[in-house]
Design a protein around this ligand. Structure first.
Ligand SMILES: Nc1ncnc2c1ncn2[C@@H]1O[C@H](COP(=O)(O)OP(=O)(O)OP(=O)(O)O)[C@@H](O)[C@H]1O
Ligand SMILES: [Mg+2]
Length: 212
């Protein structure tokens, strides 16, 4: 089973939004998918509870209660939604469960600075140092695509983490979450700009570059 974790100590950057969308993406590709929620806020589990029966099924794992004990053994992919403020031993323990780590970041100075500090901590974890897990950054809630790249470059080039996609701020994410769907399950005429933006992220997730 492959584990894809969405992780950033910074709150509100889009971890649950990315986790639910990644889970629904792979479920629609025909994979057997589980979604594990390590956050007692339960955002991913609440989304699953809203999911309509006629959509590809995703198994719920309440990881904040008892880890992966109730994870289905036959899952191909486990998407893991991590809580904010994970540091120190808690971070080391979380990272044990991931081969691929996606770090969402909002295009604000406060968020980028906090994420730079977080990524430095993440890179000091033995598993990451020894390249047993791969990390990528995803810019989220981007309003102006031209501004973000310069700033992100400045913050993140030095610490050498690839940033693989920039996702715009869009009501589609809110709409999809409310209905228990991913943006890939919204009608094309509404969601095609978001599908285009996800392409580099899903390509990275499918490629060997995202796996140790
Ligand atoms: N690209 C986007 N466009 C519009 N709204 C978004 C986008 N990404 C996230 N949001 C909204 O921003 C808020 C925070 O997102 P989300 O809950 O996914 O972040 P989080 O990192 O999981 O937060 P927490 O740290 O509290 O767990 C939510 O209301 C969500 O709907
Ligand atoms: Mg969350």
């Amino acid at each position: 089973m492959r584990h894809i974790m969405v992780l950033n100590a910074k709150g509100g950057c889009g971890k649950s939004t990315l986790a639910t969308n990644i889970a629904s993406y792979f479920a629609n590709e025909g994979a057997v998918v589980a979604l594990a929620d390590y956050d007692p806020q339960r955002s991913s589990l609440d989304w699953l509870a809203r999911r309509p029966d006629n959509r590809p099924e995703i198994a719920a794992v309440a990881a904040f209660e008892d880890g992966f004990r109730h994870a289905p053994r036959n899952a191909d992919i486990m998407v893991v939604d991590a809580p904010a403020r994970s540091h120190g031993k808690e971070l080391v323990d979380l990272v044990k469960h991931a081969e691929t780590i996606i770090v969402p970041v909002l295009p604000s100075t406060i968020d980028m600075q906090a994420t730079t500090t977080f990524v430095e901590e993440l890179k000091s974890v033995g598993k990451i140092r020894h390249k047993q897990a791969k990390i990528a950054i995803v810019a989220n809630r981007v309003r102006d695509n031209t501004l973000i790249w310069g700033d992100l470059d400045e913050y993140l080039t030095k610490i050498r983490v690839p940033y693989v996609a920039a996702l715009r701020e869009a009501q589609n994410y809110v709409r999809a979450y409310t209905r228990g769907l991913g943006i890939f399950e919204l009608p094309e005429y509404i969601a095609w700009p978001d599908w285009d933006e996800w392409e580099p992220l899903t390509a990275w997730l499918r490629s060997v570059r995202s796996q140790p």
